[in-house]
Design a protein around this ligand. Structure first.
Ligand code: SAM
Length: 272
C-alpha cells in the first residue's frame, strides 16, 4: 500500500474508534439507533426521494448516514470504506438499530469489483474526495457502480475554503487551488474534528484539493450528465475557530468576514 494511503488508513482507523464512541453529539448516534437520521438539512433537502432505490454510500465511515438512508426509505443500502475499524462500528450500529445494511471493505478505487453490483443512487458527502489523489478515476468508479439512470449526490467542503487557513481572525489563502497527485498536502492534527478531547496518535494525513471544474469534467468524461451544481454558505463542522452554528450542526463564517463558499453539492445522472 502506498505510504499516503497507509497513513490515512491508520488515521481513519483511529478516528473511527473515537467516533464510534462519540459523546460530543456530532455523529447523532442516538437518533440513528432509534430509527432516525444523521443527515444535515442540506443533504436531507437535496437527495430527493429514495423510495425503492438501491443505494451505495461511498466512503461510508461508521455507517450512520448509510443506516439513515435506509431509514429515509431506500430499498437497500450498501456502505463501502477502506477502514476495517469504521466498518466494525458500522456493522455494530446496524445490528443495534435493527437495520438491514451491507458493508464492504475496499479502497474506493477498487469499489466496482468489491461491490460486484450496481445501484440506483450513490451518496458521497462531507470529507470524502479530499482523501483521493485521482478525481478522474473517482468519477469512473461512480459511473461504474451506477445503473443506467442512476444518480450521484455529492456534497463536500468547498475547494476554495480548503485553500484557506485562519490567521489573525481572518481566512488567508495558504494552499494552491489544485494538489498534484504525487505531492499531497500533509497535515498533522492531534485531535479529530468532532471536538473530542481524546488525542490521536496517528496524526499524519495526506489530502488533495480538487477544483470544482476538475470534478465536473471528470464526471462528464466518465459519461455522467450534470443535473445541478450548488454552492452553500454553510459547512457541517467548525472549519475555522469562531464559526457560528446557524442551523443544527451547520456552521457559517462569523460576521464581518467576507462570504467564502463553504460547501458545494452536485447532482449527476448516468444516462439510460
Ligand atoms: C470524513 S469520512 C466521510 C464521512 C461520511 N460522510 C459519513 O457518513 O460519516 C471519510 C471516510 O473516507 C474513508 N476513506 C479515506 N480514504 C479512502 C479510500 N482511499 N478508500 C476508501 N475509503 C476511504 C475513511 O476511512 C473515512 O471513513
Amino acid at each position: 500500500m502506498h505510504e499516503h494511503l497507509s497513513a490515512n488508513l491508520a488515521n481513519w482507523n483511529e478516528r473511527a474508534r473515537l467516533h464510534a464512541t462519540d459523546t460530543t453529539g456530532s455523529y447523532r448516534i442516538a437518533e440513528v439507533l432509534s430509527g432516525g437520521s444523521s443527515l444535515h438539512a442540506i443533504e436531507a433537502g437535496e437527495i430527493g426521494d429514495l423510495a425503492g432505490l438501491d443505494v451505495v454510500h461511498l466512503q461510508c465511515h461508521i455507517g450512520l448516514d448509510t443506516l439513515s438512508l435506509k431509514h429515509l426509505g431506500a430499498r437497500s443500502v450498501t456502505g463501502l470504506d477502506f477502514s476495517p475499524d469504521a466498518l466494525a462500528a458500522a456493522r455494530d450500529f446496524a445490528a443495534r438499530a435493527g437495520t438491514d445494511a451491507r458493508f464492504v471493505e475496499a479502497s474506493l478505487y477498487d469499489a466496482p469489483a468489491a461491490l460486484g453490483a450496481q445501484y440506483d443512487f450513490a451518496f458521497v458527502t462531507w470529507g470524502a474526495i479530499n482523501w483521493l489523489p485521482d478525481i478522474a478515476a473517482w468519477a469512473r468508479v461512480v459511473a461504474d457502480v451506477l445503473r443506467p439512470g442512476g444518480r450521484l449526490y455529492l456534497l463536500e467542503g468547498h475547494p476554495v475554503l480548503n485553500q484557506c487557513e485562519w490567521r489573525d481572525g481572518a481566512p488567508v489563502f495558504a494552499y494552491d487551488r489544485m494538489t498534484p497527485r504525487t505531492q499531497p498536502l500533509a497535515f498533522d492534527e492531534t485531535h479529530t474534528y468532532t471536538g473530542d478531547e481524546r488525542p490521536l496518535t496517528q496524526t499524519r494525513t495526506y489530502e488533495w484539493i480538487h477544483p470544482i471544474s476538475d470534478i465536473i469534467n471528470a464526471l462528464i468524461s466518465a459519461g455522467m450528465r450534470l443535473d445541478f451544481l450548488r454552492e452553500h454558505d454553510l459547512i457541517s463542522w467548525e472549519f475555522f475557530p469562531g464559526m457560528i452554528e446557524v442551523q443544527e450542526d451547520l456552521f457559517a463564517l462569523p460576521p464581518g468576514v467576507p462570504r467564502l463558499p463553504m460547501s458545494f453539492s452536485i447532482g449527476a445522472t448516468k444516462p439510460l
